[in-house]
Design a protein around this ligand. Structure first.
Ligand SMILES: [Zn+2]
Length: 144
């Protein structure tokens, strides 16, 4: 068996072993925003690719792998890594941007609601209360 065939067999074997692990989350989150589980899957796939590249480097250095085979195999793995990097980078930005936007909107909304509610000022002590208060919660003065 030639070196290249051995590597192809190894890739197929790795893909065969790992595929069921990734299939369930992928279907589950198909129409959902990317979750930490999907992110972990990408990070894991990236680690696998990095390990394969490490093996290729070693085999090339020790002369087990020809220059052309090494480059072809390494290029394909580096392509995988860069695609994963891009996915991870894009997802991280999108998620944090959306989250901070939502958070800022929620804070603004809460502030407005609070401002609308806290419009009653006690004539005795100046304590600010919700609109529907009958008595001052600070000094007990009757309101209205
Ligand atoms: Zn008061």
């Amino acid at each position: 068996m030639s070196e290249i065939t051995a590597y192809i067999m190894m890739f197929l074997l790795v893909a065969f072993i790992l595929e069921p692990l990734f299939r369930a989350p992928r279907q589950m989150y198909l129409n959902m925003p990317h979750t930490p589980s999907v992110m972990n899957e990408w990070l894991y796939q990236k680690r696998v690719a990095a390990e394969i590249i490490g093996d290729l480097d070693f085999d090339h250095q020790t002369g087990k792998l020809s220059d052309s085979d090494y480059r072809a195999l390494k290029d394909s793995q580096e392509q995988v890594v860069s695609e994963l990097d891009e996915k991870i980078r894009r997802n991280t930005t999108t998620q944090s941007d959306e989250m901070s936007k939502k958070l800022m909107a929620d804070i603004e909304k809460a502030k407005k609601q609070l401002a609308q509610q806290l419009i009653l000022v006690c004539p005795q002590c100046g304590h600010r209360m919700t609109r529907d208060a009958k008595f001052c919660s600070q000094c007990g003065a009757k309101l209205n």
